[in-house]
Design a protein around this ligand. Structure first.
Ligand code: 1VU
Ligand code: MG
Length: 348
């Protein structure tokens, strides 16, 4: 374990110093774009103003014979649009560290558009050693190509080994931005018996006790609760952000919304959107409810220095509920700064 002083030193001569604090950004959705698909890529300039993050995906879902086209498409996409002008993040998902494509992914992207790249999402992270490798390589490439803003790293939590090492991954480097749940690869890695991408499963349920001849109530449970809880704790304990990953059934907007909302309530900052129809869902879910914002603002106003105990509408408020209220008010302010409609509703 490095001492804090050494932890924050650049890993290559000439590389930028790592951030001490994460830049504060609204990241309700990480919108996936297949950069080898010319038709979708052509929509990116228009799309960029409507999402918080555009991610050019180079990994799974890109056919092996299109990897180079995806890389080139990403560079073209990054050059064609001024993402920073709309406060939109530009991310990429690189190929896995054991794949034949990873070196060319990072060498090409940092050389060509390193100064525009905010975050590199790394798939199938199994332990801190994977983050250390990417950290060192990015520092060398930043130094070589004169990149002055550190490129952050986001890990996908999608292997059983990764979940076992989630705390060590979270504190592996000051470059860490956050983590996303990868439910499809994780299900396979764990031997879970599902073909779904995220969401529940009709057979994962509990049954009420028998009571005579009355039919027994049965309720579906959330397959991802445990993993999301571990991910949120590991991230928040280290000042990182946690995200729900993909929800693959585009035809079931209601189930997507419920799954995203559970993640939001448990502490996640956003989710992936794979299709334009999911963007509105993420916008609805990852902004606090106006009634909650109004009540949270009353709590903050009732205890200006955040201490003491007061009653509001019959409910006790104290230092702890003030902190809960602050989470909601701070997020509402971040949303309001970007969304004039919600700014009017929140009235902060
Ligand atoms: O109306 P138009 O024809 O002009 O446009 C189509 C389509 O091109 C467009 N569209 C998108 N635009 C921006 N971003 C997107 N991600 C996107 N997806 C589609 O929207 C219009 C309607 O599309 P559609 O309903 O006809 O859908 P398509 O059959 O065209 O596309 C479906 C796929 C799945 C191919 C497409 O949505 C896509 O590639 N999404 C991203 C998939 C991805 O990145 N997967 C990897 C992450 S998940 C993972 O790794 C674990 C499972
Ligand atoms: Mg995956």
């Amino acid at each position: 374990m490095k001492l804090p002083r050494r932890f924050f030193q650049p890993l290559a001569t000439g590389a930028p110093a790592p951030f001490r604090e994460l830049p504060v950004k609204l990241e309700r959705m990480i919108h996936f774009v297949p950069p080898h698909n010319d038709k979708v890529r052509a929509r990116v300039p228009e799309l960029a103003g409507t999402v918080d993050v555009v991610l050019g995906n180079l990994e799974d879902a890109v056919p092996a014979d299109q990897k180079e086209a995806a890389r080139k498409g990403f560079v073209a996409m990054a050059q064609a649009t001024d993402f920073a002008a709309t406060g939109t993040g530009l991310w990429t998902r690189i190929n896995a560290l054991n794949s034949p494509w990873i070196l060319d992914d990072l060498f090409t992207l940092v050389a060509e558009v390193g100064s525009k790249l905010d975050v590199v999402m790394v798939p199938k992270v199994e332990g801190p050693w994977d983050i250390h490798y990417v950290d060192q390589l990015l520092a060398q490439l930043e130094a070589r190509h004169g990149v002055t803003k550190p490129i952050l790293v986001h890990a996908i939590l999608e292997t059983a080994e990764g979940v076992a090492n989630v705390d060590a991954i979270a504190c592996a480097s000051p470059r860490m931005h956050g983590m996303s749940l990868g439910p499809a690869d994780l299900a396979a890695s764990r031997g879970m018996k599902t073909t779904r991408v995220g969401g529940g499963h009709p057979d994962y349920r509990v049954l009420s006790d028998p009571a005579g001849d009355a039919p027994r109530a049965s309720a579906q449970q959330d397959l991802w609760h445990y993993t999301i809880a571990r991910m949120v704790d590991a991230c928040m304990a280290n000042g990182l952000k946690a995200f729900y990953g993909p929800f693959g059934d585009f035809s079931d907007a209601a189930a997507c919304e419920v799954q995203f909302r559970n993640a939001f309530l448990m502490g996640c900052a956003g989710a992936w959107t794979l299709h334009p129809s999911q963007v509105a869902i993420a916008k609805r879910v990852f902004a606090p409810d106006p009634a909650e914002v109004a009540f949270a603002a009353r709590i903050v106003a009732a205890m200006p220095d955040g201490t003491g105990a007061v009653m509001l509408d019959g409910k006790m408020q104290d230092d702890a509920t003030w902190k809960q209220a602050k989470v909601i008010v701070d997020l509402a302010k971040l949303v309001a700064a970007k969304d004039p409609d919600l700014a009017a509703v929140y009235q902060l």
